[in-house]
Each structure stands twice: as structure tokens, then as C-alpha cells.
Design a protein around this ligand. Sequence first.
Ligand code: SF4
Length: 147
Amino acid sequence: MTTVQVVAHCLVDPLARLKGLRPVAFTPEGPVIQLLCPEAGGLGLDRWAVTKNQIDIPSYRRYCREIFGHHADLIEQFAKKGYEIEVVGVEGSPSCGVRSTTSGYTGGKIRHQDHDHVAGMGVFMEEVAKELDRRGVTFKLAETKLE
Ligand code: SF4
């Protein structure tokens, strides 16, 4: 069966990643749908690092739903044609983590702050999964490990 991989944007466009982070190694295994990068689009290319608790707010979730909507329209059609759907996120991302995300920054003036890698999904992937569930699309989830 053909698998359509629905991948986090930076897996095929490392320019969107947070400055200073290395590109994630990813090799497509077949047809690929590249999602938009919610952090580059919503916070810009000069953004600071954030943790999930900072972006887990209604407006960011709404933005995530908005930028996923058109991709979801296409994914739903592929699923109805019988293609397998695999959503591929990025380990430890506050937006695109699938099995792991981050927590801990509290904002305020720029200073050193600790943060933790914790179990759970990022905000964007939570909205992606909810929307695919709502549409009755069966999908697998995978997470690409950081180098
Ligand atoms: S993990 Fe997601 S939010 Fe972070 S750079 Fe990649 S696509 Fe953007």
C-alpha cells in the first residue's frame, strides 16, 4: 500500500528551524506532504526558543488549525482513496513533537531559564491529530529524532 508521509515543515526545509539548531535528518520514503511551520509563520524567523506551555494558548491553537485546514482537505481525500497516512513530527518540539515536547520557560526579560523535555505532543501536532480524527482519517504517528 502506498504511504503518504505528512511531514513537519523543517524536515525538508531546515531554514525554518530555530537559529542554532541543526537540521533534522529525514529522507522521504515516497509521496510527501510538507506541512507549514507554525512557529516560523506565527513567530517569525528571528524567534526565540519557546516551550509548549508558552504557546499552549487559544490564539496559537486557532492559528495551527487555520494553517492545517487546506492540507487536511487533501489528506482526507488521499485517505478516502485508500492511501496510508503517516504524520511525521520532530522530537522535542513545542509545536511538532509527537512523543516528546518541552516545558519550563516562563517568559519575562531575556535571561537563562531551564527547560525540560517531557512526554507528550506539541501544540500543532495535537491540532493536526484532532482534525484528522474529526474527519475520520486513520493515520499513524512518527517522530523524527534530533541528531
Ligand atoms: S519542529 Fe515544527 S515548529 Fe519547529 S521548526 Fe520544525 S516545522 Fe517549525
